[in-house]
Design a protein around this ligand. Sequence first.
Ligand code: GLV
Length: 317
Amino acid sequence: MTPKRVLVTRHLPEGSLDPLNDAGFDVVQHGETSPLTPDELSDEIRRVDGIVCLLTDRVDRRILEAGAGRLRVVANVAVGYDNIDLAAANDLGVAVCNTPGVLDDTTADLAFLLILAASRVMSDAERDLRAGKWTGWAVNQYLGQDVHGRTLGLVGWGRIARRVADRARGFGMQVFHHARRPSGESGYVSELDDLLRAADVVSIHVPLREDTYHLIGPRRIGLMKPTAVLVNTARGPIVDEAALAEALHANRIFAAGLDVYEDEPNVHPRLLSAPRTVLLPHVGSASVATRTAMGRLASRSVVDVLCGRLPPTLVTV
Ligand code: GLV
């Protein structure tokens, strides 16, 4: 019997592909330097039973149709899967898997890093120091907002949001959350607008879907306190970047900490110049251990699907 063939769209951290290799699969790994173009991906996908891909690979209907007949599984090395056309995969009988669970603490650490850094205007202060513009200690310089004693409003109440809540309580914050369905837990706020009006820090932890696109737009930013801090480690298009940049320039909210953008790797120029804004290049889950665990989980899911077993992380429409 010919071995199953699996395409891995980029080099992954060492050990990530062990489950595929242990299963005796034929693994085709794409080079490190550049992602596959859509044409290359649709050409490669015809010859494989499964792919391990990244959030930078757009796996749309055209690509999935190119693989139709042989392709049985697409495993995304990410918890978000908005880069994959789930409906098309479902129509074509292709299983879609992601990597929840293994990145919660690492991503929550980064969200909290942004909460602290934005609240304490870290980027402005560090930028001045590096540019030789710091003239010495001054009592009114780089004054931020405390985090202790303030309220954190979590938009979404999934695994990562809960881990951020644990960290926030340790830092003396009071935590509220909003989710589409009542959580039945203390701190639940049924109306997003009420959460935004009340929170000192707002942190976003919902997936990107049609109903979450620009969830935080000009009207909702307008509800936030002038001292509020907005943090986004989920997906860029959930926040209207232009509206956020204008609010920061106009001092309508205090600060922002962002790890994700509407059109990565491009960042809105008004955000790049916005005051009190901490900008990171989508590194929420970027620790060696976590990225390896994500790669292994995606590989294991591919093995399970191709061996006729239920994978640990099946995404359904
Ligand atoms: C990263 O953004 C992920 O979805 O895992």
